[in-house]
Ligand binder design. Structure first.
Ligand SMILES: Nc1ncnc2c1ncn2[C@@H]1O[C@H](COP(=O)(O)OP(=O)(O)OP(=O)(O)O)[C@@H](O)[C@H]1O
Ligand SMILES: [Mg+2]
Length: 317
């Protein structure tokens, strides 16, 4: 690990009584990098972010944020970071503008500079026309966007985003991605740590991702690299006119279908080695067994396949 890393976590551990929420988590994020924490519910992502943002003391291990020790230099860490937490933390009784104004003053912003930033951030998240509205009257997605505007108001050098786009409509999601891209452009050293359950989002936003389960990092690397590491390179989806019976499923698996999953009845997904034609043979076999194939897709593996192969869990289940 280089000494110039934006984040260096070394064996960070959090215990709640006997329960270990984060277990010796070690990773580094370089300036300019976007790092994704991926993992099922309860994996320890939020707990990790809460430690790294000084909200929760680690039980063991150490971390530095822009060179500052998490525990001994809390203030310095706090002034370097911006946080968008998974929970809603804006004050519902203040107006949209007041929420940002309070935050800005905490970071020493005032006067014209503060007003300018508030307008810019609210415009970026599509809430400028709502600036005078009382926060409790915003919709859920709007409150989420206000949280984000507030977290980035002071242009932090290290940004933690805990499920920033959960609950947002497609257009709002895109506006958040644009906002991130713009922040990176104006600060090429900006380091971002984000969690998401949307694997497509993780794939194109993150330079590297870590797959976290039961408090441990199971795998880490560039999304493309993790996909290449799978010994299966093909992702197959088959839609049938009725649910595939267990016995028929087992015959398909015997053809070489790995990680079979059926998130909804009549829809099956699996992975297979590329070039072996397992997808087509599986469809043919199911047809012979009396199923009508409504749809067949054969595509390269996705980050979701990677996620599934490490955690044994899909995201739509
Ligand atoms: N204050 C606490 N006291 C006891 N247990 C806790 C506490 N905070 C978190 N946990 C437990 O730690 C584990 C990890 O929780 P965490 O919120 O970090 O998961 P997560 O990966 O963020 O999940 P999600 O995807 O649902 O947001 C869970 O089992 C949770 O119940
Ligand atoms: Mg969480």
């Amino acid at each position: 690990m280089s000494s110039t890393a934006s984040i260096e976590a070394s064996a960070l551990t959090k215990r709640f009584g006997d329960f270990v929420a984060d277990d010796r988590v070690t990773f580094a994020v370089e300036p300019g990098e976007t790092y994704g924490l991926l993992g099922p519910n309860g994996a320890g992502k939020t707990t990790l972010i809460r430690m790294l943002t000084t909200l929760l003391p680690p039980s063991a291990g150490t971390a530095r944020v822009r060179g500052h020790d998490l525990v001994r230099e809390k203030r310095a860490v706090r002034s370097a970071i911006g946080t968008v937490s998974q929970a809603i933390t804006t004050d519902e009784n203040l107006t949209v503008r007041e929420n940002l104004s309070v935050q800005g003053k905490l970071y020493g912003l005032w006067g014209r500079e503060l007003s300018r930033r508030i307008e810019r951030r609210l415009t970026q998240v599509g809430l400028w026309d709502r600036c005078a509205q009382v926060t409790r009257h915003l919709s859920g997605g709007m409150r989420r966007r206000l949280e984000i505007a507030r977290g980035v108001l002071h242009s932090p050098r290290v940004l933690f985003l805990d499920e920033p786009t959960t609950g947002l409509d497609p257009q709002s999601r895109r506006s958040i991605w644009d906002l991130l891209a713009e922040m990176k452009e104006s600060d090429p050293e900006l380091a971002v740590v984000l969690t998401t359950h949307a694997m497509d989002e993780a794939d194109f936003l993150c330079d590297r991702v870590a797959i976290l389960d039961s408090g441990r990092i199971l795998q880490e690397g560039e999304p493309e690299k993790l996909k290449r590491l799978l010994d299966t390179g093909e992702h197959v989806e088959i839609e049938t006119d009725r649910p595939v019976a267990d016995a028929d499923r087992d015959v398909v698996i015997a053809l070489g279908a790995a990680n079979w999953r059926s998130p909804v009845a009549g829809h099956a997904e699996f992975q297979s080695r590329p070039g072996e034609g397992v997808g087509r043979r599986a469809a043919q076999l199911l047809e012979e067994r009396g199923y009508r194939i409504v749809h067949l897709t054969i595509a390269p593996v996705t980050l979701e396949d990677v996620f599934f192969s490490y955690t044994g869990r899909g995201l739509r289940e």
